[in-house]
Design a protein around this ligand. Structure first.
Ligand code: ADP
Length: 588
């Protein structure tokens, strides 16, 4: 993933993305919001505008007729204010939440389509945080934040107009108030420059800490087994302390702005009080003018203070969006323009031609590996741990792409084939296979949700799942996982075999489980595996002699190279590496 740590401002791409995909499609709604906010602000002007007349004409000259008019006008204006505020929030906040759900779904859709390599390098908890938390910031773009920003800008422009009034009332008093306001504006600007990178950093820290937390909860058995609780507690404490420090930094900056504004505005008020009173006493200003001055001044100041808050909201929105955009611009697996060949029907003839692959440049894990796996044949991969068997299977599954050489499927270079057309004919059964919370039926139907009942029952029978589901009251509808029964290791394996049988792939990748099973389970699994392998091009990382004996060819992989190949008997006769593995280890 690209690191954007060094970048201070949201990228132009993010701003463009925000405008094109988020703001522009909602322009009508935002315009409506803007109209509402204008109405809200304008109605707020009624009171200061009326005050001068109230003090000078109604109170000063006893004009009761004017009082009625003023009261009626101000009452209407005051009634408009809460209504406009209510609809503003209702319209925009709801839309903002809607946007969050859309964007979450979009980020998840993108992430799930990223290549396996991406997931190898990123913690799943971090991705959860990206999908759920980073996206939340956009709330401020569509929610009241953006509209308030526009509203604030408009009010600020309008304030220039007030400034004219203020000058007319008293030049000296206006100048006196402008100085602290300017200082306040400068302090706020500086503070935002400081807060922006803190917000961006917060998203990253959050993701890190969530990632580690999810990992440690997932690996709770290992943590307890090694009594490493203390260490995990310390790691998490450090994580939350990092979050705290980050929040503290931004809080200090924001509270500094708030305090500075209180101080400066307070000083301005004291000055106005003194100046105004002495001017009134000397007859240079009417009481009404003084009241208007202070109220108009309020209108000048409010948007300046408010824009401070909005500035930080928008900054937060862009920080989150920046991180989402980073994900959304990462190339998906099938974005590869070289993948154009659609396989109509997969026979399953797989050939590796001088395939070299490395996870890190300059450190090849497979070196010029070549072999031929005819359609329907079983290829067993054996060798010491770390020798490259999983990597080889990953290349055959199109999870990885060779650095050099080619993997051919039915004579077509796999790196040019559309993943959908290949993977729809691929099946994968892994050691600790992925079963999710749900019924056994749902788990088996996973790869082919629209299979018929007969097909499902056939898979259930052939995988010997039936033997144990028949004993459950709910049969195939039994819930597994947290809310239902816990399946034993052997039962889980049989469910994943049933799933693969039902999916009926042409090419099968199988990572045989190493766990010890009781004799009965072992027998069931051997039988169901035999059924599963029959007639499919299979690559099996084999641990059972029974599976190895069924293989048409055994490839012995050591340090990224195929050091021996052939059938079981033949390799035993050679008395080489395979013989060693077979003789010295109970399991291969
Ligand atoms: P095997 O399945 O035979 O145990 P693997 O194919 O898993 O071996 O691994 C082969 C080598 O590649 C090992 O040295 C392993 O450390 C390395 N390796 C495996 N996966 C990754 C990865 N995602 N990133 C970097 N190195 C990896």
């Amino acid at each position: 993933m690209r690191s954007r740590k060094s970048r201070k401002k949201p990228s132009l791409a993010t701003v463009r993305y925000a405008f094109r995909k988020i703001i522009w499609p909602r322009r009508k709604l935002l315009l409506l919001g803007l109209a509402l906010i204008l109405l809200n602000r304008l109605s707020g002007l009624a009171l200061p505008a009326a005050s001068k007349f109230l003090v000078d004409d109604v109170i000063g000259k006893g004009d009761v007729e004017l009082l009625r008019l003023l009261l009626a006008g101000v009452t209407v204006a005051i009634a408009v204010q809460p209504f406009s505020a209510f609809f503003l929030t209702k319209l925009l906040s709801v839309e903002a939440q809607h946007l969050i759900s859309l964007l979450r779904a979009q980020v998840q859709r993108h992430i799930i389509n990223l290549p396996i390599r991406f997931f190898d390098n990123t913690k799943s908890g971090e991705l959860v945080s990206r999908i759920m938390t980073d996206v939340e910031g956009v709330r401020n773009l569509v929610g009241t934040g953006l509209v308030h920003l526009f509203g604030g800008v408009l009010t600020a422009i309008g304030s220039l107009f007030f400034l004219f009034f203020l000058f007319r009332i008293s030049v000296l008093m206006t100048l006196y108030t402008l100085v602290p306001l300017t200082i306040l504006g400068l302090i706020s600007l500086k503070a935002f420059g400081y807060i922006r990178p803190i917000f961006r950093e917060r998203g990253k820290i959050n993701a890190d800490v969530t990632g580690r937390l999810a990992e440690s909860l997932g690996g709770i058995r290992v943590i307890k087994g090694f009594s490493a609780e203390r260490q995990e507690i310390r790691v998490f404490e450090k994580g939350v302390a990092r979050i705290f420090k980050n929040v503290r930094k931004s809080l200090t900056a924001t509270s500094l702005v708030t305090s500075a504004s209180t101080l400066l505005l307070g000083l301005a008020s004291v000055g106005i009080m003194g100046l105004g009173s002495s001017m009134i006493l000397e007859g240079e200003m009417t009481v009404g003018d003084f009241v208007s001055f202070t109220l108009f001044l309020g209108f000048l100041i409010a948007p300046i203070v408010q824009m401070g808050n909005i500035g930080s909201q928008i900054t937060e929105a862009f920080a989150g969006l920046d991180r989402s955009e980073e994900i959304l611009t990462t190339a998906r697996e099938d974005d590869d323009p070289g993948r154009t060949v659609v396989l109509d029907d997969v026979e399953g003839h797989v050939v590796f031609q001088d395939v070299t692959f490395s996870y890190e440049p300059g450190n090849p894990v497979l070196k010029e590996v070549s072999f031929d796996a005819p359609a329907g044949s079983v290829t067993a991969l054996v060798g010491s741990s770390g020798s490259g068997k999983t990597t080889l299977a990953g290349l055959a599954a199109s999870f990885l792409k060779p650095d050099q050489g080619r993997v051919l499927v039915d004579g077509r270079d796999l790196s040019t084939v559309t993943l959908q057309s290949y993977r729809s004919r691929l099946g994968v059964v892994l050691q600790d296979d992925f079963l999710y919370e749900g019924t056994i039926r749902e788990n088996i139907l996973f790869g082919r949700p629209r299979a018929s009942e007969e097909e499902l029952l056939e898979a259930v029978r052939a995988s010997h799942v039936k033997e144990f589901t028949d004993q459950f009251d709910q049969g195939l509808e039994t819930l597994i996982g947290e809310r239902g029964v816990k399946l034993s290791g052997g039962q889980r394996q049989r469910v994943s075999i049933a799933r693969a049988l039902l999916a009926d792939p042409r090419i099968l990748i199988l990572d045989e489980a190493t766990s010890n099973l009781d004799t009965e389970s072992e027998l069931y699994i051997q039988q169901s595996l035999a059924g599963l392998l029959r007639g499919r091009t299979t690559f099996v990382i084999a641990h059972r002699l029974s599976t190895i004996r069924q293989a048409h060819q055994i490839l012995v992989v050591e340090a990224g190279e195929i050091v021996e190949r052939g059938g079981h008997e033949e390799l035993i006769r050679q008395q080489g590496r395979y013989f060693q593995l077979y003789t010295y280890q109970a399991r291969i």
